[in-house]
Design a protein around this ligand. Structure first.
Ligand code: NAD
Ligand code: IPM
Ligand code: MN
Length: 357
């Protein structure tokens, strides 16, 4: 059976880490006899926008919907296109139109990487952020009025639906239930955001009735960020609204030493539409063009892609390979964000060789 994968490198370091992501996928596909077929798309990048005046062609939905998975690099180049245009015109459209309502973001301190938190070692930080990915604070309801006048008003509503919140909560509870610690933490702010968030808390409690084995706690988002830094070992599965989940999924990986290793799976769990796999990080204009971006976020996202397609062993082989290369700690192979003097390619090649066995 052939699996069709759409590759969208995007901008900046997206175009640099993608080849290493594909190299890892290829190595795993060879070893486990998986038939992958790729098609690369130039749209979903700021260069495409400069040429065409839009981020995606009009028929993007038709062209992509038949793929088994989408593999994205990163998008955004603020000097060419304002971020709200490039991101709303691409990544956020994929998430919404393909109903990728779960953004699953593992956060793990890996062997060989130094946490910026004192005395933390692998095993101390090992949790998932489950981020609601299609509604919440990222809504298109609102507008600007009286533009340019003293009476200017801007409104952007938070939209939460019972359908939308319950389905992501169910995913998070199922995940917590499947893990040894069976602990779910909900990110709330029901003290200050007094309409949507108390309701979010109610839905968390209501869903919890179906999961007697899962122990649940909740923290307001402000103190939760503090606990991420002070007590990252408390967390197992953290469920959050779209914006809170966005913030937590950069902070968590920062506590593991670098956001360059963090992967994500934008899942349409029903399988009606393709899911999208991409690193958590962006296009990093500050280091783009130098070949020094850490490719592990992209490579790990590839592992999640294979697991999603039904190849958990192949996905695990990729994870084991980058863990082994990191544990070896050869300075000339590793990228500068984790203390190395190597390049995106040297690290990517070392991982691919390890996958091949
Ligand atoms: P960013 O994630 O691109 O970079 C933040 C910092 O982390 C930078 O110092 C960067 O050098 C470093 N970094 C990121 N990835 C790294 C890697 N793989 N290896 C080593 N260092 C890495 O965030 P930003 O600067 O806020 O955003 C830059 C652009 O990317 C903006 O246009 C933004 O909108 C966009 N963005 C896109 C995505 C996405 O495509 N999913 C995610 C976040 C930001
Ligand atoms: C992410 C990114 C995006 C988000 C941006 C680039 C729109 O930060 O994937 O975490 O906010 O979801
Ligand atoms: Mn983010």
């Amino acid at each position: 059976m052939t699996h069709r994968i759409a590759i969208i490198p995007g901008d900046g370091i997206g175009t640099e880490v993608m080849p290493e992501g594909v190299r890892a996928l290829e190595a795993a596909a060879r070893r486990f006899a998986i038939d992958l077929e790729y098609q690369t798309f130039e749209f979903g990048s700021c260069d495409y926008y400069v040429e065409h005046g839009q981020m995606l062609p009009d028929d993007w939905f038709e062209r992509l919907k038949g793929f088994d998975a989408l593999f994205y690099g990163a998008v955004g180049w603020p000097e060419k296109v304002p971020d709200h245009i490039s991101l709303w015109g691409s990544l956020l459209q994929f998430r919404r139109r393909f109903d990728q309502y779960v953004n699953l973001r593992p956060c793990r301190l890996l062997p060989g990487i130094q946490s910026p938190l004192a005395d933390r070692k692998p095993g101390d930080i090992d949790f998932y952020v489950v981020r609601e990915n299609t509604e919440g604070e990222y809504s298109s309801v609102g507008g600007r009025m009286f533009e340019g006048t003293e009476r200017e008003v801007v409104i952007q509503e938070t939209v939460m639906t019972r359908h939308g919140v319950d389905r992501v909560l169910k995913f998070a509870y199922d995940l917590a239930q499947s893990r040894p610690r069976k602990t779910l933490t909900s990110a709330t702010k029901s003290n200050g955001i007094a309409i949507t968030m108390p309701w979010w808390d109610e839905r968390v409690a209501a869903m919890g009735a179906n999961y007697p084995e899962v122990s649940v706690d909740q923290f307001h988002i402000d103190i939760l960020t503090a606990h991420f830094v002070m007590h990252p070992d408390w967390f197992d599965v953290v469920v959050a609204s779209n914006l809170f989940g966005d913030i937590l999924s950069d902070l968590g990986p920062a506590c593991t030493g670098t956001i360059g290793v963090a992967p994500s799976a934008n899942l349409n769990p029903d399988g009606t539409f393709p899911s999208l796999f991409e690193p958590v990080h962006g296009s990093a204009p500050d280091i783009a063009g130098r070949g020094i971006a850490n490719p592990i976020g992209q490579i790990w996202s590839g592992a999640m892609l294979l697991e999603h397609l039904g190849y958990p062993e192949a996905g695990q082989a990729i994870v084991k390979a980058f863990e082994a290369v990191l544990a070896e700690g050869e300075v000339a192979v590793l990228t500068p964000d984790i203390g190395g003097t190597g390049t995106t390619e040297s690290l990517g090649r070392a991982i691919a060789e390890r996958i091949a066995g």
